[in-house]
Design a protein around this ligand. Structure first.
Ligand code: UFG
Length: 323
């Protein structure tokens, strides 16, 4: 198969690109390198370009004749989306529409989409299954939900078969540290915890007064290589069944921020300097995925998603990263 991976120079995209090529598929990564890293595309062909550039998409799609698109070309920062919603609607909605229009025009039938737990907003119950109400509470989450809705509409009108994947907390890195998480600025917990360990500069824990077992927020950390495999299984599933299907992807285990810090101290053998500060706006107390649908329909089982393995890979990356 030949697959277009948009945003494939980014964190989850680059691991997914690696996974597909390891399974013998041919990939073309399309990335404008605004956040992605050229060094992360070690497999397949890299085309530097923007998903909003319809003329470029037309010539690339005519030349390559893709069987499917996997779209990672979204902006991902919740805080930034609140301050600058226009940037998020432009990239995650307007440019995604250009990509969908091009895909339909070139008769590409299958589309796997990077969605997010953020589409659910403040959960009314955990674990969160696919039937849970979708009430995003920030522009980032709204753009992802709109992306899913566009896919439904294009499915009805044009027969596009899609697979939205709602990630919970993507974490970890490739175990050989060839590729890994490299956001700038970094806002995610695990890299910041490990950076504090390495530099001795304290990281901030956003709130210890939540209604949870130790007062800090609980999240469901899912290894990026498990996510990569889910894209592969998801695409195979929709191609085989010719039917769109969305999945929540997490480990179904919750870990609090303070528990994660303790585990990082165990894995690295070093203290994690930290201070408790005010809550960060918009952080739900607890987010845990129900992964039953992905397990039963896709046969997906997270293999690397215990926090010890995630932290070991992340610590290796933190000490050996090349970009
Ligand atoms: N946290 C800290 N200190 C930090 C950074 C994070 O205490 O310096 C805490 C947060 O309050 C949260 C947990 O660590 O409780 C995880 O925070 P991240 O920023 O790593 O991840 P989020 O859970 O906020 O975000 C993730 C995805 C988003 C997605 C969101 C869904 O990264 O893309 O889940 O709500 F939108």
């Amino acid at each position: 198969m030949k697959i277009l991976i948009t945003g494939g120079a980014g964190y989850i995209g680059s691991h997914t690109n690696r996974y597909f090529t390891s399974m013998g598929d041919e990939t073309v990564v399309l990335d404008n390198l605004s956040y992605g890293h050229r060094e992360a595309v070690k497999w397949g062909r890299l085309v530097v370009g923007d998903i909003g550039d319809r003329a470029m998409l037309d010539s690339l799609m005519a030349e390559e004749r893709f069987d499917a698109v996997i779209d990672f070309a979204g902006f991902i920062s919740v805080g930034e989306s609140v301050e600058n919603p226009s940037k998020y609607y432009e990239n995650n909605v307007v440019k995604m529409k250009a990509l969908l229009d091009a895909a339909v025009a070139h008769d590409i039938k299958y589309f796997v989409f990077s969605s997010s737990a953020a589409i659910f907003g403040e959960p009314s119950r955990v674990p969160i299954d696919e039937e849970h109400a979708k009430n995003p509470i920030n522009p980032y989450g709204r753009t992802k939900l709109i992306g899913e809705m566009m896919l439904e509409d294009y499915g009805r009108a044009h027969g596009l078969v899609s697979c939205p994947l709602r990630y919970f907390n993507a974490a970890g890195d490739s175990s050989d540290a060839l590729i890994g998480e490299a956001h700038d600025p970094e806002t995610h917990l695990i890299p910041l915890v490990l950076r504090a360990t390495r530099t001795g500069k304290p990281m901030r824990v956003f709130g210890d007064n939540y209604d949870t077992r130790d007062g800090s927020c609980i999240r469901d950390y899912i290894h990026v290589e498990d996510l990569a495999e889910a894209h592969y299984l998801g695409l195979k599933y929709i191609m085989e069944h010719k039917k769109s299907e969305a999945f929540n992807l997490g480990s179904s285990d919750g870990m609090s921020v303070l528990e994660l810090i303790a585990e990082a101290e165990r894995v690295t053998g070093k203290p994690v300097p930290h201070e408790i500060v005010e809550r960060r706006e918009g952080d739900p107390a607890e987010l845990i995925a129900s992964n039953g649908k992905a397990r039963s329909l896709l046969g997906w089982t997270p293999k690397k998603s215990n926090v010890g393995t995630i932290l070991r890979d992340a610590w290796n990356w933190e000490q050996n990263r090349k970009y």
